[in-house]
Design a protein around this ligand. Structure first.
Ligand code: CO
Length: 151
């Protein structure tokens, strides 16, 4: 009896440890030949993710110059100013201002059949804070955007 209870608690402890140590910190976002993110207009990741690995995958066929998409993360207050600043940066610069500290994370701008994976630190981000993800391609960010939260 004691032995089986010991085994039970050992298994429970292992399960709890596994849950906290291996939170789901990887996410894939699909985009296509339209102006939508597969994740919709809100994303939530565990607050105990020290790093998040995000893959953007373009399942369409149009090239980046015509239907380019990226995934950019800023504070919600910075989203529109950063998107505006990206307009003049051009496709070669992923329609983003270079070395801009307001950009928390950003993938490359990709076209059909392409993908990009980034890993970024959540250090400095607040659990429950107000963040926005968007595509910085001109005209896309008015609709290709959503809220991002660490919870
Ligand atoms: Co786009």
């Amino acid at each position: 009896m004691m032995k089986s209870m010991h085994k039970f608690f050992a298994a429970l402890a292992l399960l709890l440890f596994a849950n906290s140590a291996f939170a789901q910190c990887d996410v894939t976002v699909e985009v296509g030949d339209n102006l939508t993110f597969s994740v919709g207009s809100s994303m939530e990741m565990p607050a105990d993710c020290a790093e998040i690995t995000l893959t953007i995958k373009h399942t369409g066929t149009l090239p980046a110059a015509a239907m380019g998409h990226n995934w950019v993360l800023t504070k919600t207050a910075d989203f529109q100013p950063v998107a505006q600043a990206g307009l003049g940066a051009g496709v070669a610069n992923n329609y983003l201002p270079s070395d801009d500290a307001r950009i928390i994370a950003a993938t490359k701008l990709i076209g059909g059949g392409e993908s990009d994976t980034i890993t970024f630190s959540t250090e400095g981000m607040e659990a429950g804070g107000d963040y926005t993800f968007f595509c910085s391609f001109p005209g896309h960010w008015a609709v290709m955007k959503g809220t991002f939260a660490l919870n």
